[in-house]
Design a protein around this ligand. Structure first.
Ligand code: SAH
Length: 221
């Protein structure tokens, strides 16, 4: 049985969550696997209690340190695109933040490697991961511009922070056939890009216009 704190009541209840799922479907999300996982992942546990009544609105919300939890539609869209060619074994996530996207991924792929540059966010995300028994996730405090070479190459890479250009180190850590989805561009003009590593070279496709926090350099203790 699901523990009470995960179930939620009122504005965090299953009914409220189901309304969010209906909205995601209306916006074009088709993957049943992604929708099921999002219907059952308690987003309210990833944000400050004072904001938990807004946890199932389709909106980004502040999580401290000037960062935001990604909008549910964007989480769904990026996850759907990442998984569109079948199941993935290992996925590198850049920008753990509060760990919500990490939690969604951890239920859909075999192993998640999640990198965050802000220590305060990472430690909280680790606590939540332990609470929710996400045993297939490895965290690292690091600058995601460099990927996570020791654990690569990966079947998938997903970034929630936007660099001006895709870092070549990330493409280099994709397996052949591996998929990378991330926002790229300046702070006021970004687009999601999907890169697939081919036997020789890559293929590249631009998707939705988006607005993410910028990918910054170095770590913040
Ligand atoms: N999926 C997360 C998104 C958080 S916002 C969530 O829903 O909570 C993006 C995150 O990327 C922020 O936490 C920010 O600190 C982090 N970030 C920015 N640049 C980074 C970098 N170079 N390496 C790792 N993380 C980075």
């Amino acid at each position: 049985m699901t523990p009470l704190q995960f179930q939620g009541i009122g504005m965090t209840s299953q009914r409220t969550r189901d309304r969010l799922i209906t909205r995601l479907i209306e916006q074009g999300i088709k993957s049943h696997a992604v929708l099921d996982v999002m219907a059952n992942t308690p987003r309210h546990l990833f944000i400050d209690e004072a904001l938990s009544h807004r946890a199932y609105e389709d909106t980004a919300l502040p999580i401290g340190f000037g960062q935001t939890i990604s909008q549910p539609y964007i989480v769904a869209k990026m996850t759907e695109v990442l998984l569109a060619n079948g199941p993935l074994e290992s996925v590198l996530e850049i920008g753990t933040g509060c760990g919500y996207q990490t939690a969604v991924l951890s239920q859909l792929v075999q192993r998640v490697y999640s990198v965050e540059r802000i220590a305060g966010l990472q430690s909280k995300a680790r606590e939540r991961a332990a609470l929710l028994r996400m045993n297939n996730v490895k965290f690292q405090l690091a600058d995601g511009n460099w990927g996570w070479e020791d654990e690569g190459p990966f079947d998938g890479i997903l970034s929630a922070a936007a660099p001006e250009k895709v870092p070549p180190e990330l493409v280099a850590q994709l397996k052949v056939g591996g998929r990378l989805i991330m926002p790229v561009g300046s702070e006021d003009k970004q687009q999601l890009v999907l890169i697939i590593r081919e036997e020789e070279g890559i293929s590249k496709q631009y998707l939705d216009a988006v607005r993410f926090v910028p990918m910054l350099d170095g770590i913040q203790k």
